[in-house]
Design a protein around this ligand. Structure first.
Ligand code: ARG
Length: 489
C-alpha cells in the first residue's frame, strides 16, 4: 500500500447530531475564525448529519491536498497568486499532509467535508493567501479529481494483491502436477484431470481481471480539474500542465461531463463484482473439496475457524467470506448505477454517494485477497483421496474413443459404452474390474487391449492439445502462466 493510500485518522470529532451549529452572525470572509463565516443561519443538526460527508470522504485527504497543491501552482502561473503567496500555500499544504500522515489533523465541528476541512486548516496555518486558494475552482471538479487520484492508487494496490493470489495458484499448480482428480460438469464426475489444471483454470480469469483493471485505469487517469462547477474555470490555467503535474494521461474534453461522470467508479465496481464472481467460484470449489465427502484438501488451522458448540468443527470461513462478500460487491455496483442513472445536472448531491461503495469494496478486497493467497499456499492436498474418489465411469469417454479407434462411428460407440456403464451399475462391478470377455459380451469390437483405455493417467495424457489436461500441456500452460505473471497485464 502506498503511503498516500493510508486512511487519515480523524484527529477531531466529526459533527454529530448533537452538534449545535455556531450561532448566526455573518463574519467577514477574511476572518481567521474556524467556522464563523460559513453559515448565514446555523444548519439544523439533523440536516447537517445527513449532508456532511466528512466521515466518508476524509479518506481522500492526502489526495485532496495533492490536487490542491497542483491547483495552487496552476493559478499562480496564471497570475492569481504572487510567488510568495504560492510558496506559503504550498508550505501550508505540506504541513497539512504531514498532520494527516501522523494522524494529528484535528477536525473541526464545522468541517462539512474533507475539502472544507483542508481549506479551513490552510487558513489557520497560512492566513490571508488561503482565501485565494479556491479561485476558479469548485468542489465539483475538486472532489472528482481527488477521487480519481485516490482510486488510481487503490487500483495499483489491488493489482498487486490479485497478482499475489495468481502467484499462489501457480505455486499450487506447480506442486500438484502429479495429482489426479475427478473433473466435474454439473457437479457430476465427468473426466479425470490433473489437479494442476484445475488450479490454473482459476488463474486465467484473474489474469483477465488484471487486464480489465489496467484498461479501466487508463480511462480513470483523466484530469477533471479546471472544469469549475460545470462550465469551465475562468482562470486561464494550463490544464495540460496540471494533468502532467498530477500524473494524469489526459484532460477531460467537456467540463460538464468531467464533473458529472462517475464512469470510473462504476467500472471499478463492475471490475470488483466480476473479480468477486471469480473468487467466489474458486472459494466454492475449495469449500466442497475441504468437506469430508470430498476430502481432497485440508485447510491450515491458521486460516480456518471453529464452532462455539461443536468441538470437532473446522470451518472454511475465509473462503465463505470470499463467496459472501462478493455478493455485496454486485450490490455496490447496482447501487451506484442506480444512483447515477437519472441525474439531471452536472453535479447533484446524489454524487456524494459514490465513495462509500467504492471504499467498502476496496477495504473488503484488501482484507480478503491476502487471506486467500495465504490460504492457498498453506492448504494440504490429499492426492490419495482425490485419486480414490475418481469413479472408473469417468473413463467411459475413453472407452468410446477406444471403439472409435477400432473403426466404430462415435455415436455408435457412445451407445455401446452407455450399455457397458448401465450393466456395470446393474452388476455392481466397476468397468475397471471387467474381464475382456465381459466387454466382448456387449460388443465384439472390444479386444484384449481394452484395459489400456481404462487407465486414468492414459486418459489425461490423451488430452494432448494446447489447453488440455495432458501433463506436458499443463506444464506448457504453467509456463504461460508464469510469463503472464512477469509481464504487465
Ligand atoms: N462532499 C461533496 C461530494 O462528495 C463534495 C462536492 C460538493 N459539491 C457541491 N456542489 N455541494 O460530492
Amino acid at each position: 500500500m502506498s503511503e498516500e493510500q493510508q486512511r487519515p485518522a480523524a484527529g477531531g470529532q466529526p459533527p454529530t447530531s448533537n452538534h449545535q451549529p455556531p450561532a448566526a452572525g455573518r463574519q467577514s470572509p477574511t476572518s481567521h475564525t474556524l467556522w464563523g463565516g460559513r453559515f448565514q443561519s446555523g444548519p439544523d443538526p439533523r440536516f447537517w448529519a445527513l449532508n456532511a460527508s466528512l466521515a466518508v470522504d476524509q479518506r481522500l485527504a492526502l489526495h485532496d491536498v495533492r490536487g490542491t497543491a497542483a491547483w495552487v501552482r496552476a493559478i499562480a502561473d496564471a497570475g492569481v497568486l504572487t510567488p510568495a503567496e504560492r510558496d506559503a500555500l504550498l508550505r501550508g499544504l505540506d504541513a497539512i499532509a504531514d498532520e494527516f500522515r501522523r494522524g494529528a489533523f484535528a477536525f473541526a465541528p464545522t468541517d462539512e467535508d474533507i475539502h472544507t476541512a483542508i481549506e479551513r486548516r490552510l487558513k489557520e496555518l497560512v492566513g490571508e493567501p488561503a482565501l485565494k486558494v479556491h479561485t476558479g475552482r469548485s468542489r465539483n471538479d475538486q472532489v472528482v479529481t481527488a477521487f480519481r487520484l485516490w482510486l488510481r492508487d487503490a487500483v495499483d494496490d489491488l493489482d498487486a494483491l490479485v497478482r499475489d493470489v495468481q502467484a499462489a495458484l501457480v505455486a499450487r499448480a506447480e506442486a500438484d502436477l502429479e495429482v489426479l482428480a475427478p473433473g466435474y460438469t454439473h457437479l457430476q464426475q465427468a473426466q479425470p484431470i490433473l489437479l494442476s489444471h484445475w488450479w490454473l483454470a482459476h488463474f486465467w480469469p484473474l489474469q483477465r481481471d488484471r487486464q480489465r483493471l489496467a484498461q479501466l485505469r487508463a480511462r480513470l487517469n483523466v484530469l477533471p480539474l479546471g472544469s469549475g462547477a460545470l462550465a469551465g474555470t475562468t482562470v486561464p490555467v494550463d490544464r495540460q500542465a496540471l494533468a502532467h503535474a498530477l500524473g494524469f494521461d489526459a484532460i477531460s474534453p467537456n467540463s460538464w461531463d468531467a464533473v458529472s461522470s462517475r464512469d470510473f467508479a462504476a467500472e471499478f465496481l463492475f471490475w470488483a463484482a466480476l473479480l468477486g464472481v471469480h473468487l467466489s467460484r474458486l472459494a466454492e470449489g475449495l469449500i466442497l473439496f475441504a468437506s469430508r465427502e470430498f476430502g481432497f484438501v485440508t485447510l491450515h488451522d491458521a486460516f480456518s475457524s471453529g464452532s462455539s458448540l461443536m468441538p470437532q468443527k473446522k470451518n472454511p470461513d475465509g473462503f465463505e467470506l470470499a463467496r459472501g462478500k462478493s455478493g455485496a460487491w454486485v450490490g455496490a455496483l447496482t447501487g451506484l448505477l442506480t444512483t447515477l442513472k437519472a441525474l439531471p445536472s452536472a453535479y447533484d448531491k446524489d454524487l456524494q454517494e459514490d465513495k462509500a461503495p467504492v471504499f467498502r469494496v476496496y477495504d473488503d478486497l484488501r482484507a480478503l485477497l491476502p487471506v486467500l493467497a495465504a490460504s492457498l499456499r498453506t492448504l494440504r492436498v490429499h492426492a490419495d483421496r482425490a485419486a480414490a474418489a475418481l469413479d472408473p465411469a469417468t473413463l467411459a469417454t475413453d472407452l468410446a474413443d477406444y471403439l472409435v479407434a477400432k473403426g466404430i462411428p462415435f455415436r455408435e460407440a457412445h451407445h455401446i459404452v452407455g450399455q457397458v456403464v448401465q450393466q456395470a451399475l446393474a452388476r455392481g462391478v466397476p468397468i475397471t474390474r471387467w474381464t475382456v470377455d465381459d466387454f466382448r459380451a456387449v460388443h465384439p469390437a472390444f479386444d484384449a487391449d481394452v484395459h489400456q483405455a481404462l487407465d486414468p493417467w492414459a486418459a489425461v495424457a490423451r488430452r494432448d492439445v494446447p489447453g488440455g489436461t495432458a501433463p506436458q500441456r499443463v506444464r506448457e500452460q504453467l509456463e504461460q502462466a508464469r510469463q503472464a505473471l512477469q509481464a504487465r497485464p
